[in-house]
Write a protein that binds this ligand. Structure first.
Ligand SMILES: Cc1cc2nc3c(=O)[nH]c(=O)nc-3n(C[C@H](O)[C@H](O)[C@H](O)COP(=O)(O)OP(=O)(O)OC[C@H]3O[C@@H](n4cnc5c(N)ncnc54)[C@H](O)[C@@H]3O)c2cc1C
Length: 420
């Protein structure tokens, strides 16, 4: 399709934030066009299908309790495959279980006398998760903002519980081992974990952006149209100039700072996923395994196909191992990962086939605490707007809520009716 030369609103970037913004503008009846630079929508949420394997570009999960989901996605239609609520923690020769006290109260009671950490740790963690899950979000955000580490200490959790369970778990979520992420971001993440279920669509995570884009008029999604520059009332793509009233920059954070020099250059964290194929699953449940031995190499690992058999060819198992930072594929790194996986599962990972190393240097923006305001301004003036996880929180929810919020700001600026 040829590129229009004039439209009311141009959205630059077709990741989750750009798509959520398009949905809200579309619903309000505003004329919009989305220009996506790559050859597909979805941005950081995408799936490669290789020889029958579904490899999300970086292992990630959708949490069903993310508040922005119901307005944008029919979760039933995504045909979700769920992971166990709770985790297993490798500690020496043992695998300990930590369950979600809200979704499995009976098992939680049973693991109060066994499993991870001391009884006091498990009670305190259950109290913290319950508090985050049950208090109104606004109340949680009224609490003094600090870092995740400080919040965990204040909750009375022991050094061991933090180092052997929570640091490996949270480092995989924030792509950062330091635990200096804002306590407000952590509260919101813990809230979603305690209230929802973690899973992947049977067809791969790429089904998520596809579902958000589903109701949109396809011709208004211009794929393969990279934006070279922009300013008030104008976007220049490889296909030429587009004149408009408002521009929404919904690119990744680094590109947003290039296109809008008034934005700070973001501090980003990297994540690497090693995908292996095996003839036999090393574990027979769909549960995240954490490294409680403080080796700090693999943050978490999971047999993805135990939850979603569709991710592997028939009779095979798909194992994902997430590593914080960027790990270039090399014989040395592969050997280390196989050694670590053998230890964490208690079976040899030697015979497994390495399928892909998905190394994402700019996986997540840092949200170091205190942030002062989780919702950063999105109206930059002169009809220029910005949306994305770097303006809200580093997550799928942050991108969706951010795109929705920015579209609301655009509608208000245009003087259009703002539907909820
Ligand atoms: C490995 C990994 C694991 C993750 N795990 C989780 C998880 O388990 N749970 C969770 O909630 N979140 C997770 N996330 C975070 C989540 O995926 C992101 O926060 C979210 O997808 C960001 O969406 P976005 O729309 O803000 O940005 P992006 O997805 O980066 O979208 C930006 C879009 O802009 C396009 N673009 C860039 N430059 C231009 C240009 N010049 N012109 C036109 N288009 C351009 C890009 O191609 C892209 O499509 C993970 C992320 C990664 C990478």
């Amino acid at each position: 399709m040829s590129q229009p030369v004039e439209v009311d609103v141009v959205i630059v970037g077709g990741g989750l934030a750009g798509l959520a913004a398009a949905r809200r503008l579309d619903r309000a009846g505003v004329e919009w066009l989305l220009v996506e630079g790559s050859d597909r929508i979805g941005g950081r949420v995408t799936t490669d299908i290789v020889d029958g394997w579904h490899l999300d570009r970086g292992f990630q999960v959708l949490n069903t309790a993310y508040p922005r989901i119901p307005a944008l996605i029919d979760i039933q239609a995504l045909d979700m495959r769920y992971f166990t609520s709770g985790v297993l923690v490798r500690h020496g020769a043992d695998l300990h279980r930590l369950v979600n006290p809200l979704s499995e109260p009976l098992s939680a009671a049973a693991t109060l006398t066994s499993g991870v950490g001391t009884l006091s740790d498990r009670l305190k963690f259950a109290a913290l998760a319950t508090r985050c899950a049950t208090l109104p979000a606004a109340k949680l955000l009224e609490a003094r903002e600090t870092t995740t580490q400080e919040m965990l200490r204040k909750a009375g959790l022991s050094h061991r519980m933090i180092e052997e369970v929570l640091r490996p778990f949270l480092s995989g979520i924030f792509a950062d081992r330091s635990l200096d992420t804002s306590s407000h971001v952590f509260s919101m993440i813990l809230r979603s974990f305690a209230r929802g279920r973690m899973g992947v669509p049977a067809a791969g995570m790429a089904a998520l952006p596809a579902a958000i884009a589903g109701p949109l008029p396809y011709p208004q999604l211009l794929i393969g149209a990279r934006t070279l520059s922009l300013g008030p009332g104008m976007v220049v793509t490889e296909g030429g100039e587009i004149h408009c009233k408002a521009v929404v920059v919904a690119t990744d954070p680094a590109t947003a700072a290039e296109l809008l020099p008034q934005l700070p250059v973001p501090d980003m964290h990297g994540l690497t996923t090693f995908y292996f194929g095996a003839d036999q699953a090393p574990l027979d449940e769909p549960t995240l395994v954490l490294d409680g031995d403080r080796r700090e190499i693999i943050a978490n690992t999971v047999v993805v196909s135990n939850a979603a058999p569709e991710y592997a060819p028939s009779g095979k198992s798909l194992i994902a191992a997430s590593v914080v930072g960027v790990s270039a594929p090399s014989a040395a790194s592969e050997t280390v990962i196989r050694v670590e996986l053998s230890r964490m599962y208690g079976v040899s990972a030697e015979p497994w086939e390495l399928l892909e190393v998905a190394s994402i240097p700019q996986a997540l923006p840092s949200a170091r605490g205190p942030q002062a305001n989780l919702r950063k301004p999105v109206n930059l003036g002169d009809g220029l707007f910005v949306a994305g996880d770097h303006r809200d929180s580093p997550s799928i929810q942050g991108a969706l809520a951010g795109g929705w919020r920015t579209a609301g700001a655009v509608l208000a600026w245009l003087g259009a009716r703002v539907p909820a």
